[in-house]
Design a protein around this ligand. Structure first.
Ligand code: EPZ
Length: 418
């Protein structure tokens, strides 16, 4: 297994380009199961999760070609339903997003129950509740969900809580259903709007994406698509915090500043100078770091996927603050690791109380999940001395060659095998 060796204390300076969004790429790939014509994606991020999803599409007869790096062309002529196997689904729970497309197009789908992951139980009851409302029969056997429906029919579905992949899954299911589906309490994430635009490009009829009420009028067939994957707002936010925590001056290019607005406002509250253009954001640290309380929330609130990274930044603030995680029940695992680096963090249920310290000191730390591992890299970049971050395969799921891109900003980081 690989690990990162980081020598901390260097201020990061310079520019880096945002990669395509993991959490936009996966539903776009799932949507190719709806298409009866070829599909083409550009700016595809080079990530473990992308590879896993492309392998998964092969289980359903899709042929994937990679003409040039970061481009994917999918021949959908051989599309058929099938089984999303446990060994793929357990490594990437986003696999559940094949359910909607497969059932609505082929009348049947079998997906291994994803099981929980490090950050929480991650149930999919909302996905299944919606499919049932659309007339699907659902059974659970040997850990596999089987969903069947002659043809899904439009329904009015109100989510009990905002669910990002639930919204995407049911939007895709509704796109070929008979009649109109209304999703209430839908997720507002930019990736949801990106998927809605894609389905409309394919000949579908989706309106209201970006609001909490999305209406989908089912059609009889959907064509292919050509799409450039939008920039990864969580990666952008991670690089912004890297600039902040190392007291540097970092610009992220080819991004959408609006998508990281909630972070920008809090970084300014924390005393960072954050400026932006139409496709870039710049973070300059030129004053004391002030403590800022945050509470994660669905978009456009503060993203749970940036909570760990922001917590590490706040360990060095001059004063105390509280960080509340409202989305997942176990997303403070990075706290135990940064405490070993000298941070003062006390977690009580879903709230972490921090008292700022003068500096962090390097240590051997263990990555536990994708965003926690990113936060440990940030801690290592800021810490005095050397840090070893182990099990960096977690980070490779959602960040493309992060050590190479941090090195272009002056970081002393290298990947070594354990
Ligand atoms: C998506 O996960 C993202 N993953 C997550 O990013 C992100 O943290 C999350 O949205 C929240 O923004 C992808 O897009 C691939 P949810 P998702 O359904 O859709 C509960 C990363 O680091 N819930 O919005 O799986 C659930 O337990 C990953 O890139 C149910 O109870 O999250 C959670 O508490 C991590 N039943 C809350 O809702 C359901 O049927 C939000 O989950 C569905 C969800």
């Amino acid at each position: 297994m690989d690990q990162f060796r980081i020598h901390g204390g260097k201020a990061l300076r310079g520019g880096v380009e945002a990669a395509g969004s993991k959490n936009a790429t996966l539903p776009i790939l799932a949507a190719s199961l709806l298409a009866d014509a070829p599909c083409r994606l550009t700016r595809v991020p080079n990530l473990r999760d992308t590879e896993t999803f492309l392998t998964l599409l092969g289980e359903f007869g899709l042929r994937v070609e990679r003409p040039v790096p970061r481009e994917v062309v999918i021949d959908t002529s051989g599309a058929k339903t099938g089984v999303a196997p446990y060994d793929l689904v357990r490594t990437m729970r986003a696999s559940v997003m094949v359910l909607g497309p497969l059932v609505t197009r082929f009348g049947k789908a079998q997906v291994s129950l994803p099981g929980g992951c490090a950050i929480g139980a991650r149930p999919i009851d909302q996905h299944l509740k919606g499919l049932e409302a659309m007339g699907a029969e659902i059974s659970l056997e040997d850990g596999y969900i089987e969903v069947k429906a002659k043809r899904l029919k439009g329904a009015r579905i109100s989510f009990d809580m905002v669910t990002v992949t639930g919204t995407k899954n049911l939007m895709m299911a509704a796109s070929l259903a008979k009649g109109v589906t209304v999703l209430e309490n839908a997720a507002l994430e930019p990736e949801v709007s990106c998927l809605a635009d894609l389905i409309n490009q394919m000949g579908g009829c989706v309106s209201g994406a970006g609001t909490s009420i999305i209406e989908i009028e089912g059609v009889d067939r959907l064509g292919g698509y050509e799409v450039e994957v939008p920039p990864d707002r969580i990666e952008v936010g991670t690089f912004m915090i890297a600039g902040a925590i190392t007291r540097g001056d970092v610009t992220i290019h080819r991004c959408v500043p609006e998508h990281v607005r909630s972070l920008t406002l809090r970084l300014r509250d924390a005393g960072l100078e954050v400026t932006e253009g139409n496709d870039w954001v710049k973070v300059l640290a030129n004053g004391p770091l002030r403590p800022v309380n945050i509470k994660t929330a669905a978009y456009p609130g503060f993203p749970t996927d940036l909570q760990a990274q922001f917590m590490v930044l706040m360990t060095l603030a001059k004063g105390s603050c509280a960080i509340t995680e409202t989305i997942f029940e176990n997303r403070f695992m990075h706290a135990a690791e940064i405490i070993r680096m000298g941070a003062k963090v006390v977690t009580e249920g879903r709230t972490a109380h921090l008292d700022g310290v003068k500096e962090l000191t390097g240590a051997h730390v263990m990555a536990t999940d994708l965003r926690a591992s990113a936060s440990l890299v940030l801690a290592g970049l800021a810490a005095k001395g050397d840090t070893i971050v182990r099990r960096v395969y977690h980070i490779d799921r959602g960040y493309e060659r992060i050590e190479e891109r941090l090195r272009t900003l002056g970081a002393e980081i290298e990947r070594v095998s354990e």
